[in-house]
Design a protein. Structure first.
Length: 386
């Protein structure tokens, strides 16, 4: 049990890896399956996230009745099978099937990291570990595409071997992670009913991801279209954003201690600054600074939302609450392109720069509302008490 924290955090390595092997080799997959249209090829990238939305909710429901370590082991086995199995398939339908199985596994394990932290730890330790969990996830988001890209130099199918990491996590957690004690009701009448605030936070998770995801879906086109660089510069920009998120998540507990309930305004302010910077950017350095500011904002907001969800939810329903929030994050990513397509329909001169300006205006409004909210309201069951 001496490595329990490390075992829990190791699960975070897998939570954002579903696209890591595919993103660098989409062109190779397209060449390997020439009869598949571009929409089907892109589906190999997004399908795991879509499937994970439903299995997030299934995981949360199962956690009320089934041992969490059993859910975890099942998810890790599916994750490893679906991830590495994609290297062996001979047609596009088989590849999509393997990617769906990967999404099932990812959906089952995604809520468990945070819910296990909530089961075992409270107060400052919980805040610190939630920040560390986000940092570990973003570290994997930086390193795994690089490893997949290197493996693809030899053969694009080898990139799927990065999902063997799930076997290592399975062995590690089996050795050092036991089931948490059953949550004890704080009162005799406490039920596993989620308060409205959990759904409100999940709605905010959805909106946050829907607005933010214009960055990974458009930044490379923006940089090339503005004559600021090519794929290499776009890759650096995305990495800078991810590294900024990783860095801030690492010091999340210190930020909460200093900012308390103003953590929301802090995160939104950096997002707004970043999007306004992109909307007016004419130089590559401005793009780099802007995406770093956006990364800082996410590094404060995502752990902040997850932490508050664990505080709001009844102790015996934390897995369900986290599952709903995670599903909201994923749904926001999926619907982001549709949302901005609708936004562009209201403009006669719709460009990516317009999208960034639109996002910046929305987030600026959120900054103002957040500031008004924290000045007018105090919630004892929030980060204010930590």
């Amino acid at each position: 049990m001496g490595l329990k924290k490390e075992a829990i955090l190791s699960i975070s390595l897998l939570t954002v890896m579903t696209s890591a092997a595919v993103a660098p080799v989409l062109s190779h997959i397209s060449a390997a399956f020439p009869n598949a249209g571009i929409t089907i090829i892109r589906l190999t990238l997004t399908l795991p996230a879509l499937v994970a939305i439903f299995f997030n909710l299934i995981s949360g429901a199962l956690a009320l009745h089934v041992r969490k370590t059993l859910i975890l082991k099942t998810g890790l086995i599916l994750y490893a099978l679906g991830g590495t199995g994609a290297a062996l398939v001979q047609n596009i339908n088989g590849l999509l099937a393997m990617r769906a199985i990967l999404g099932m596994g990812a959906g089952l394990i995604a809520p468990l990291t945070i819910s296990l932290i909530a089961d075992f730890y409270e107060g400052e330790e919980r805040v610190k570990l939630i920040g560390y969990s986000a940092s570990v996830a973003h570290l994997a988001a930086v390193l795994m595409p690089l490893l997949a890209g290197w493996l693809a130099v030899f053969n694009w199918r080898l990139s799927f071997l990065i999902y063997l990491l799930a076997i290592g996590v399975l062995i590690f957690t089996s050795l050092f992670l036991k089931d948490p004690p059953k949550a004890q009701s704080k009162t005799k009448n406490e039920k596993s009913i989620l308060p409205a605030s959990v759904y409100w936070l999940s709605l905010n998770s959805f909106l946050l991801m829907m607005v933010f995801y214009i960055i990974p879906t458009s930044l490379s086109h923006f940089i090339e279209g503005q004559g600021l660089g090519g794929p290499a510069q776009a890759g650096i920009a995305i990495s800078l954003s991810t590294l900024a998120t990783l860095f801030i998540s690492l010091f999340f507990s210190q930020l909460v201690r200093i900012l308390k309930r103003y953590i929301w305004t802090f995160g939104l302010l950096f997002l707004a600054v970043g999007f306004w910077g992109l909307s007016f950017s004419g130089r590559l350095m401005t793009v780099f600074i802007s995406v770093s500011a956006i990364g800082i904002g996410l590094g404060a907001l995502i752990p902040g939302i997850i932490l508050t969800v664990t505080l709001k939810a009844p102790s015996n329903a934390s897995s369900t609450a986290i599952a709903i929030a995670n599903s909201a994050f994923s749904l926001g990513q999926f619907l982001s392109p549709i949302f901005f397509s609708l936004a562009e329909s209201f403009s006669s001169n719709a460009t990516i720069r317009y999208d960034y300006s639109f996002a910046a205006a929305l987030i600026s409004l959120a900054v103002a509302l957040s500031l008004i909210s924290v000045l007018l309201m105090r919630d004892k069951n929030s980060v204010e008490k930590l």
